[in-house]
Ligand binder design. Structure first.
Ligand code: ADP
Ligand code: MG
Length: 701
C-alpha cells in the first residue's frame, strides 16, 4: 500500500470505512479462506457473483433426465442393496410416474439405509450420468420431500477448499442485507443506456428468477450482467480521469525543447541511423518533458526494436538541461547490460554514468553515493539497490524503469520520491517517469492495468533484420540439433542453449543446466561452452557475458536468467529445451536474443510430447508469427487477462466483469464518466467509493 505521506500521488484511502465494513463474525480460518478468494469488504461479497446456478425450483420427471445436468427428482424407493462388485457400494432404485433411476453411494452410513426403505418417498438432488445400466445418480443429496421448492435458482459460487457453498451463501446473504444497494446512477443514464437498476441486477445475479435463460446468464449477456459490467467500466474510466487530473495538478521541472548539444552529439556518434519510429517516440517524450507536470509514459516496442537508445537520447536531453537521470532494471544482468551500452555511448561525451547494484562491494558503493548526492554523477543505472535509504540525489528529474510490471507501485514511487523537490514557493516538483516495456501489452489491457499512462509505440524494427526462423523439433531429434550447433559455430556464429524451466525447484533447474552443460561439452569438443545461471557470482557472470560478447565463448548454456535484455548480435541460433514448459511471452523474449545482427537466425523449440492443448497453441503461435504484439494478443486469448498480467487472483485485476473488447459498453462508460465529472462530481465520487474503495493501489500508474 501507498503511504499517506506521499499525499499528492497517493490516491485517497479511507481506512475507517474499510474497517467498518468488516463486521462479519466468523472464525479466523474462515476469514483466511475468504481472503484467499479476494473477499474482504462487504462490497466484495456483493459482487462475488455465482459461477453457475442449479435449478431447485422444479422436480424433473425421470423420463426427461439428461446426463450432465444437476437436477431434483422425486419418487418412491423400489428397494436397495449393498453390493460388493467392483467394490462395496450402496445401490438403490427410485421410481416416479415416468420411469426409474439407479442411485449409487460409494461411501454411506447405516442411517442412509433407513432413509432408503422400500416404499419411502424421497427427493434427491444430484448430477445425472450415463451408467452401464441406464441413467444414474452417484452420491445424490437426500432432501425432504415436504419442503416447498425454491422460487429462485440456487447460486454456485467460486469457492476454495474448506468453505462450503452453504457458508458462503449465508455470508453473502448477510452482506446483501447490510449493504446499501441504492443506485449511483441517475435514472436518465439508466434509461439512456437501457441499464437495469443496480439493486435489481445484483439481487438477480445472486438469485435469478426460475424462468431466466441460463445461457444468457452464463455468457454474461443478460441485462443484469450488463449493468455490473457498465458500473465497473464506469468506475475505471472515472478513476483514470481522476488519476490524470491528479497528476496534471502536480509540479515538475520542465525541460526546454531546444535540442541539446549532447543529444545531437550522441546521434552523430551512433553507428546506425535511428528508425523513423525511434525518432517519433523520442520527440513525443521530449515534448512531454517540457510540461510543468510529471510525465508518466510507457514505451512499448518489440524485442530488438531499439528501446535502449531511445532511453539514452531522452536521458541526454535531461542531462543537457542540467539534471540527473536514474534507470532501474529488475535484474543485475539487465542493469549491467544497460550500463555498458549507455556508458559506451555517453562517457565519450563527458557524461558521468554510474552503476549501482546490491552485490557491489561496500567500498565501491561508498564511492558512488556522494557523487549522486552532489550531482557529479549525472546518470545512474542499477537495480532495486537504487531505492535504498542511503541513496540521495542532487536533482533527479527523470526516472527510467525497465520492465514496469516487474516493479511494484511502492518501488516506483520510492525511486520517484528521491527526486522530489520543493521550489522556493513551496510547491512540490516530481521527477518525470518513463517506462520501457519489452513485453507488448494490448492497448486495451495496458489502459486497464496501468491507470494513467501515456503510450508511445516503437512499431518498427531497425532495417536489415531478418525475421528469426522458428522450428519445432521433438526431443527425440536432439542429436540433429546438436549437429546444427556445430554448423553454426563453424561459420563463426554463436549459440544460446536455454535449459528447461523447472518451476518447482531451482536446485533441480540448476542440476539440469549443469548436466546439459557437461553433455554438450562431450558432444561439441571443438567449442568453448559457458554456463550461466542465477547462482553465479556477479563478477563471474560479467566475465562470462564478456567472453560471450567478444566471441571467446561460442555456446552459452543458460537458465532463463538471459530472458530479457541480453544483446549479442553475433548469436544466431537459440535452442530452447522443453519449450512446452515456457509461457508465450517468455518464449518470445528468449527468441528475441537472436536475430539482432544481419545473419539469418534460427530458434529451435525442442519439445517433449504429448503436448497439452495450451502448450500446442503456444508453440503454434511461436511458429506462425514473430510479431510481439500479435504474440501478446494470442497470449491474452490463451491465458485470459489475470494470468497474462501475472496476477493469479482475479480479485487483483481491475476489470473482473467487463469484457475487454466490449467497445460499445466501454464507449457508453466513457461518455458517462465525462458527463458525471462535469455535471455531477458528487455522483462520480459515490460511484468510485462503491467500486474502488480498498482497491486504489490498482489505479496507480
Ligand atoms: P530492445 O528494444 O529489445 O531493448 P535494444 O535497445 O537492445 O532493443 O536494441 C537492439 C539492438 O539493435 C542493439 O544492438 C542496438 O544497438 C541496435 N539498434 C538500435 N536501434 C537501431 C537502429 N536504428 N538501427 C540499427 N541498429 C539499432
Ligand atoms: Mg532492452
Amino acid at each position: 500500500m501507498v503511504k499517506k505521506n506521499s499525499r499528492n500521488i497517493a490516491p485517497k484511502t479511507n481506512p475507517a470505512a474499510k474497517k467498518a465494513a468488516r463486521t462479519r463474525t466468523s472464525s479466523p480460518q474462515i476469514e483466511a479462506r475468504l481472503a484467499k478468494l479476494g473477499l474482504h469488504q462487504d462490497m466484495d461479497f456483493v459482487v462475488h457473483i455465482p459461477l453457475r446456478y442449479e435449478d431447485e425450483t422444479r422436480i424433473t420427471p425421470i423420463r426427461d433426465l439428461q446426463p450432465g445436468r444437476s437436477v431434483l427428482v422425486q419418487g418412491t424407493v423400489l428397494g436397495h442393496s449393498v453390493q460388493y462388485r467392483p467394490r462395496r457400494q450402496l445401490v438403490a432404485k427410485l421410481q416416479d410416474d415416468s420411469g426409474s433411476l439407479t442411485l449409487r453411494w460409494l461411501h454411506f452410513y447405516p442411517s442412509q439405509l433407513n432413509a432408503l426403505k422400500k416404499g419411502a418417498t424421497l427427493r434427491l438432488k444430484g448430477e445425472v450420468r450415463q451408467g452401464f445400466y441406464g441413467l444414474e445418480m452417484v452420491h445424490p443429496n437426500i432432501r425432504s420431500a415436504n419442503r416447498p421448492l425454491a422460487d429462485t435458482l440456487t447460486p454456485v459460487y467460486p469457492t476454495t477448499s474448506g468453505l462450503s457453498q452453504a457458508q458462503l451463501n449465508t455470508i453473502i446473504l448477510d452482506a446483501l442485507k447490510r449493504v446499501d444497494l441504492g443506485d449511483t446512477l441517475p435514472e436518465t443514464i439508466q434509461k439512456k443506456y437501457s441499464l437495469w437498476p443496480f439493486e435489481r441486477a445484483i439481487r438477480f445475479l445472486h438469485h435469478p428468477d426460475k424462468d431466466v435463460s441460463i445461457e444468457a446468464l452464463l455468457d454474461k449477456t443478460h441485462p443484469a450482467w450488463r449493468r455490473v459490467q457498465f458500473d465497473e467500466l464506469l468506475a475505471q474510466q472515472l478513476a483514470l480521469a481522476q488519476a490524470r487530473a491528479r497528476r496534471l495538478a502536480l509540479g515538475a521541472i520542465a525541460m526546454p525543447l531546444t535540442v541539446g548539444a549532447l543529444q545531437t552529439q550522441l546521434v552523430a556518434q551512433l553507428p546506425f541511423e535511428l528508425t523513423a519510429a525511434q525518432q517519433r517516440v523520442v520527440e513525443e517524450i521530449i515534448v512531454d518533458l517540457n510540461q510543468t507536470h510529471p510525465m508518466h509514459r510507457l514505451v512499448q516496442g518489440d524485442v530488438g526494436s531499439g528501446k535502449t537508445i531511445v532511453a539514452a537520447l531522452v536521458a541526454a536531453h535531461v542531462i543537457g538541461n542540467g539534471y540527473q537521470v536514474a534507470l532501474m532494471a529488475p535484474t543485475e544482468i539487465l542493469a549491467e547490460q544497460h550500463y555498458e551500452k549507455i556508458d559506451h555511448w555517453l562517457a565519450p561525451l563527458g557524461v558521468n554514468v554510474q552503476f549501482l547494484v546490491g552485490s557491489q562491494k561496500a567500498a565501491q558503493r561508498r564511492e558512488i553515493m556522494p557523487q549522486l548526492a552532489d550531482g557529479r554523477a549525472q546518470f545512474v543505472i542499477g537495480t532495486q539497490a537504487l531505492i535504498q535509504d542511503q541513496v540521495k540525489f542532487k536533482n533527479l528529474a527523470l526516472v527510467l524503469l525497465d520492465e514496469q510490471h516487474r516493479f511494484g507501485v511502492e518501488q516506483r514511487l520510492a525511486l520517484s520520491k528521491k527526486g522530489l523537490q520543493t521550489d522556493p514557493q513551496g510547491h512540490e516538483l516530481w521527477p518525470h517517469q518513463l517506462t520501457l516495456s519489452a513485453t507488448p501489452i494490448p492497448r486495451s489491457l495496458a489502459m486497464t492495468y496501468y491507470a494513467d499512462l501515456d503510450l508511445s509505440v516503437i512499431d518498427e524494427l531497425p532495417p536489415g533484420r531478418q525475421p528469426v526462423q522458428t522450428k519445432l523439433v521433438a526431443e527425440q531429434r536432439r542429436a540433429q540439433v546438436v549437429a546444427g550447433i556445430h554448423r553454426e559455430v563453424a561459420q563463426g556464429r554463436q549459440v544460446y542453449w536455454v535449459c528447461p524451466l523447472i518451476e518447482e525447484s531451482e536446485a533441480l533447474q540448476l542440476k539440469t543446466a549443469e548436466e546439459t552443460y557437461e553433455r554438450l561439452q562431450e558432444q561439441l569438443p571443438e567449442c568453448t561452452i559457458g554456463l550461466l545461471h542465477g547462482r553465479i557470482e556477479r563478477e563471474e557472470k560479467q566475465r562470462l557475458m564478456d567472453a560471450f560478447r567478444t566471441g571467446h565463448i561460442q555456446v552459452l548454456v543458460a537458465t532463463t536468467v538471459i530472458e530479457v535484455g541480453v544483446d549479442v548480435p553475433n548469436a544466431s541460433l537459440m535452442v530452447i529445451e522443453h519449450a512446452e514448459r515456457f509461457g508465450l511471452a517468455q518464449l518470445h523474449q528468449l527468441r528475441g536474443r537472436v536475430g539482432r545482427g544481419s545473419a539469418q537466425s534460427f530458434c529451435i523449440l525442442l519439445y517433449q510430447g504429448p503436448l497439452s492443448e495450451t502448450a500446442r497453441e503456444r508453440l503454434r503461435a511461436m511458429y506462425e508469427t514473430t510479431d510481439g504484439f500479435e504474440i501478446a494478443r494470442r497470449d491474452l486469448d490463451i491465458r485470459g487477462p489475470g494470468e497474462f498480467l501475472g496476477m493469479k487472483q482475479s480479485g487483483q485485476l481491475l476489470l473482473r466483469f467487463a469484457e475487454l473488447n466490449d467497445q460499445a459498453l466501454l464507449n457508453a462508460a466513457k461518455e458517462t464518466a465525462q458527463w458525471l465529472l462535469n455535471e455531477a462530481p458528487e455522483i462520480a465520487e459515490k460511484h468510485l467509493d462503491r467500486w474502488l474503495s480498498g482497491r486504489e493501489e490498482l489505479m496507480q500508474s
